[in-house]
Write a protein that binds this ligand. Structure first.
Ligand code: GCO
Length: 255
């Protein structure tokens, strides 16, 4: 079967939070599928390093360092893309943070920081990307959700609330923008072995519980999100809208 259905050649993808972690894995996978990648992060030096490493690997990459909670920086970044003639064909709203403590101990400021980083950013960046995608009559938006988009775990209340919002924001984007040729979907990673989860990975009691809950009996690898990302970024998903694809080793299927 032709692989052109999954070919991203000629398309430019912006992946937020892609200088490391899940975002970096998704960005590299999309670049290997032919896309030109715009690498984002808050730290210009880390973004530059990621771009250099990807270029050294023969991949098409450039950097755009901005804080996804800074609306003026986001608007400025898209205006710079406009001036440079860069059309963002694929947006992956990946940037996010995790904070773990009992809900009653979170300050309102801590709550706001998680919601702003994990949810509001997807709205603001999605809005700026969609304005331009609507004008072109096509675009792909992929929001990164979580098992927390469906289920709650104690001590991660703000993150869970944000990721629940990602699921329904994705549906809102799909409903409003599908007629303009935009497909808006989400990926729900399960427990992936990333820096953000190192505290959990190092915890024997948590690992024992988690392995009892995951049918695949293992943590996921960041590169295991690439297939779903390429599917949702490519022509293979042109009639898929408002969906969340879980890559979770079967965890959501199990009681
Ligand atoms: C946690 C983890 C989870 C995972 C992922 C699961 O503290 O439970 O950080 O939130 O990262 O989101 O889908």
């Amino acid at each position: 079967m032709s692989t052109s259905l999954f070919d991203l050649s000629g398309r430019t993808a912006l992946v937020t939070g892609s200088s490391r972690g899940l975002g970096r894995g998704i960005a590299e996978g999309m670049a290997k599928a032919g896309a030109r990648l715009v690498i984002n992060g808050t730290d210009p030096a880390r973004v530059e390093a990621a771009v250099k490493e990807m270029r050294a690997a023969g991949l098409s990459a450039e950097g755009s360092a901005f804080d996804v909670t800074d609306e003026a920086a986001i608007v400025g970044a898209f205006e710079s893309f406009d001036r440079a003639g860069i059309a963002i064909d694929i947006l992956v709203n990946n940037a996010g943070i995790q904070r773990r403590k009992p809900l009653v101990e979170f300050t309102t400021e801590e709550w706001r920081k998680v919601i702003e980083t994990n949810l509001t950013s997807a709205f603001v960046i999605g809005r700026e990307a969609a304005k331009r995608m609507i004008a072109r009559g096509r675009g792909k938006i992929i929001n990164i959700g979580s098992l927390g988009s469906e289920l709650a775990r104690a001590t991660v209340g703000p993150y869970t609330a944000a990721k629940g919002g990602i699921k329904t924001l994705t549906r809102s984007m799909a409903v409003e923008w599908a007629a303009s040729g935009i497909q808006a979907n989400a990926i729900g990673p399960g427990y992936m072995a990333t820096d953000m989860n190192q505290a959990l990975i190092q915890n024997p009691d948590f690992n024992s519980w988690l392995m009892s809950r995951i049918p695949s009996k293992r943590w996921g690898r960041p590169d295991e999100l690439v297939g779903a990302a390429i599917f949702l970024a490519s022509s293979a998903s042109d009639y898929v809208n408002g969906q969340i694809v879980y890559v979770d080793g079967g965890m959501l299927a199990a009681m």
